[in-house]
Design a protein around this ligand. Structure first.
Ligand code: SAH
Length: 267
């Protein structure tokens, strides 16, 4: 097996502590009937535990230099795809699974948000995600309305369920060691709102565009509407996005969603 050089450009921070790896599987609630998607298996540290706990694991890894390590795992319920998860079509990813699947990953931090939004926007069979993210990102994901960290990411997570920080993980647990601590966040996709998902995300993005501005200003700019027309709707538009609940964003999407330009919606 060739010696391996860590690649910063792929966000490679590997785990080795077996107790921690086992705990992550437990945090995800993986049982013998579960199909699991792992993003970024690296040398397979977490993968081994997932294969043991679950029924089937499909792992996407971008770095072909890890082929020897991953092929030597010899788990018969494991399939590794050497592909960039962001470039892979969601149908191709989901065709790997018979039923709903759980996403578990020690995510590459440099693309945490694009990965989250890929699955938020496109996934049809995702049951839950349990991911390692930077502590600060985890806090933003889990923030409740009124809290300092509450933002577009918190609202988008709360659209699907109630995200929870399952454990804080010290930066000392990684090789090479990153600059900041991390945490495991779990989000079960168990909420359903009667609204177009893509329009909802777009409205949230527009509402938070300039945090200090009122909804009136952000909507007028982002939706290209006259302020007087916005104010015809019975809602207090002098409020700021950071004070709105998910239900209020859903309500606003059902009214203003049709003003999102087609180009924005299909992005
Ligand atoms: N799961 C391993 C490694 C985590 S580091 C462990 O816990 O030890 C993040 C991993 O994601 C690396 O293996 C990196 O090569 C991989 N990765 C980075 N960008 C990726 C992408 N776009 N698609 C798939 N895998 C990616």
């Amino acid at each position: 097996m060739n010696s391996f050089t860590f690649k910063k450009k792929f966000g490679q921070n590997f785990l080795t502590d077996q107790n921690l790896l086992k705990s992550i599987c437990q945090d995800a609630g993986i049982s013998k009937t579960d199909e699991v998607l792992e993003i970024g298996p690296g040398m397979g540290a977490l993968t081994k535990h997932l294969c043991k706990a679950g029924k089937k694991v499909v792992a996407y890894e971008i770095d072909v230099d890890l082929k020897d390590y991953l092929n030597s795992l010899e788990q018969d319920n494991l399939k590794v795809e050497f592909k960039d998860i962001l470039k892979e079509n969601i149908e191709n990813i989901e065709n790997n699974f018979k039923n709903n699947y759980k996403l578990v990953a020690n995510l590459p931090y440099y693309i945490t948000t694009p990965i989250l939004f890929k699955f938020f926007n496109e996934a049809k069979k995702l049951e839950s995600l349990t991911i390692m993210v930077q502590k600060e990102v985890g806090e933003r994901m889990c923030a409740k309305v009124g809290e300092t960290n509450y933002g577009a990411l918190s609202v988008c997570c709360a659209f699907f369920g109630e995200p929870k920080i399952m454990r804080i993980v010290s930066k000392k647990m990684f090789h090479p060691q990153p600059d900041v601590d991390s945490c495991i966040v779990r989000l079960d996709f168990n909420k359903r709102f009667d609204v177009d998902k893509k329009s909802f995300f777009e409205i949230v993005k527009i509402a938070f565009k300039s945090r200090r501005k009122t909804l009136l200003n952000n909507f007028a700019e982002g939706l290209n509407l006259k302020k007087a027309d916005i104010e015809k709707v019975d809602f207090d538009f002098s409020r700021r996005a950071e004070n709105l609940t998910v239900d209020e964003f859903v309500w606003l999407t059902n009214i203003f969603g049709r003003f999102i330009s087609a180009g924005e919606k299909n992005k």
